[in-house]
Structure formats: C-alpha cells, structure tokens
Design a protein around this ligand. Sequence first.
Ligand code: GLY
Ligand code: MN
Ligand code: MN
Length: 441
Amino acid sequence: MSDPSPFRTRRDRLLALIGERGGGVAVVPTAPEAIRNRDTHYRYRHDSYFYYLTGFREPEAVLLLVAGDSPKSILLCREKDPEREIWDGFRHGPEGARERFGIDEAHAIDIVDEVLAEILADQPAIYFSLGHDATWDGRLTRALNTVRANARSGATAPPTIHDVRTLLDEMRLVKDDSEIALMRRAAAISVEAHRQAMRTARPGVFEYEVEAVVEQAFRRAGAQAPAYPSIVASGPNACVLHYVENERRMADGDLLLIDAGCELDGYASDITRSFPVGGRFAGAQRDIYQLVLDAQHAAVREIRPGAPWNAPHDAAVAVLARGLIDLGLLNGSLDTVLENHDYRRFYMHRTGHWLGLDVHDAGEYKQGGDWRPLTPGMMLTVEPGCYVRPAEDVPEAFWNIGVRIEDDALVTADGCELITAGAPKTIDDIEQWMAAGDAGA
Ligand code: GLY
Ligand code: MN
Ligand code: MN
C-alpha cells in the first residue's frame, strides 16, 4: 500500500477544520459496488473523497472522523473471511487496516448502524455528503432516529448537517507533494500512450486498434485503468465531443482526435492530441490545427498564481474568434463575435477543468461570485478546440475537421508547468514523430 502519512496529514487537517468550526463528526463512506449485468460487477473503484483520507481501496468501508478535544479516526471495513478471500481476494480486516493505514480505531462494517448511532450522540454537527448515495442517506437517517429515540436517556442528536465536500473540495484543490509526484507519473504514462498511438494510426487502421494500443500502454506501465472512456475519433467523429464507440476505419486525409488519460493509484491524467492519420497536415487542417495550438499557447500564458480561473479561457476564446474570422468561418468584428458568442458554433466547451482524483476534479471555480484566483499546487487542464460540422455556409474544405489539444498544467510559483508536454504537439513535431515511426517500421 501507499505511504500512510499523506492520508494521516489530510485526516488531521480535516479534523482541525471541523474542530475550528465547533466540532462534530465527519462520515465519509466509500463507493458502493456496481452491477454491470446480472451477477457481474464493474471493476471496483473506490470513492475519491474516502480514498483521499484513507488510501484504502476495498469496498464496504466508511471513515468516521470525530473532531473535538480528543480527535480520532475510526474505520469500519469488511472482516477478514478466509472463504470469501479465496474467491474475491485479500481483505485487510479491521485490525490489519488499523495498523497499516494508521487509523486510531477500526471495526467490522457489519456493526456500522450501532457504531454510527453511538458516535453521533451528543455531537454538535455531522459533516456528510447528503444526497450523494441514497443507501448512506438512509443509513445516516436511521442512526439519527436511533439517537432521537434515546432522548429520554439524555442523548441528543446533532442539530446540524454540513456538506463535508465543502471542506474536502478546498483541500483537494491544492495538491500536496505526494499527489503531484503521482500525477507526474500518470502524465508520463499517458504521454507515452499518445506517442505510441501516433505511430499506430494509419489509413485503414480501425479506431479501436489505436484505443487498444493506448490502453495497453496504460496497463503495461502499471496504471489501473483509463481515467475516463478513451475517445479515439477520426474524421467526422472528431466533431462529436464525447464519441467513445471507436469503431470507424480511418481513411487517408482524416484527422484523428485522441482524448485519453490513465488513472494511476487513484489520480487522473487527461491528454488530447489531434493529428493526420496520413502523417501530414493538409491545407485547412493545418490552419485549424495551428489556430487551436495558438489558442492553447495564449491560454497557457495566463496560468500563474493570482490569475483568475477564467483568464485562460478568455485568452483562448479571443485567439479562436480572431482566427475563425480570418479563415472566413465567422463574420463580423472581433468584438461582435465575442459579445454574441458566435464562436460557440465551433468552440462550445470550456478551456479546462480541475484535475486530480477525478478527471473533472473537485473544487469550486468561483468564490463570492468571482472567478477564483489560481494558486501554486492547483492542477488544471488546458484544452481549447475547434469543431467544424458540414453546413451550407461553411467552405467544404473545413468540413469534419475536429481538433482539440489538451495538456495538464500544474500552477507553479511563477507560472505553470505542462506535465504532459512530452506528447508531440507542434505540427513539425507530430509530422517528424510519425515519419520517424514509418522509417523504423
Ligand atoms: N476527457 C475529458 C475531458 O477532457 O474533459
Ligand atoms: Mn479534460
Ligand atoms: Mn480530455
């Protein structure tokens, strides 16, 4: 398992934050297992908040953090079970989990209702993600009612429920050293996957063959899974933002858009590259590609401590709008195109999102009504794009060109670092990388 110290530091921090607010109990369950069909489950994925505080990856577990004068952490998890372990694999069991994960107290999950009712009695507040998981909403309600039923013996139920995510989201927004190290490793694996993909895609190859190369590269390097369904979208499919069928056979003249990133030890990476399957960018493709790349450069230049969240988006939009006018795809002045959002016909998504345990990571984008300022340790994506669908008023040369360029940026003391920069991105770099693959084949 991972070093327990970052997880302990985070638990202590959350306990201190709750303590500063008058005390209470945080209840942070992990994710339920999910049926895929009949008696087959999806591969299990823990809850990101729970994992952030524990490092514990087994299902059927909950963390209770009791803040106050003598703060403590309690984990409830599955008992060891030699019979079940033959079928489903190793379980830490409460005692093993307590020792290995640095938890103060551990119990079997089977007695969760009793433990909850006992812990919640006389607490000033509960910190819980109400509405996230109906089973847990019900369990918490039952525990509260048990406490209320004991009113005559002097127990009082917590009068307040806060959303624990408001505290945890702020913590998750600024990555600690162990998170940054992991995200660099995840980024490096995904970079290598994109490099291999560029040397696999050719006219006549199916999108799923490239998907297989990408996901093999993830797994071979030890990443547990894709962080989200891989998009391998050639030709017109690149203009479908969430295309995941990956079934088409690529033809000469196509661009291929690959949006794929691995998840390593719970942390996501998120990279998009777009390139010509024939190895050379042709006329209009070259124009659109260079425009999106210029927009990305403009966005990246805005990423620095103190800059508002939206600055990279505004910068990318300004470059794209100007370029779309110059290419004859939009009419009117730059001001009008920006004011009327005309560019949204070709660029309909935002330029980035927080990145971390979740690909669209936790954290508010505004504070007090204003875009929040960036601070060192934040991780965000920078992903401008341009998608041109066939239409009568669009020159045919541009039809079905879909380009997105996406990197993962770590905010540093004086700017940002693109931790995914190793995936070829300039027109020259992509063409050279693909040509060298052909020469060596
Ligand atoms: N791959 C998901 C995204 O780029 O937001
Ligand atoms: Mn993204
Ligand atoms: Mn992406």
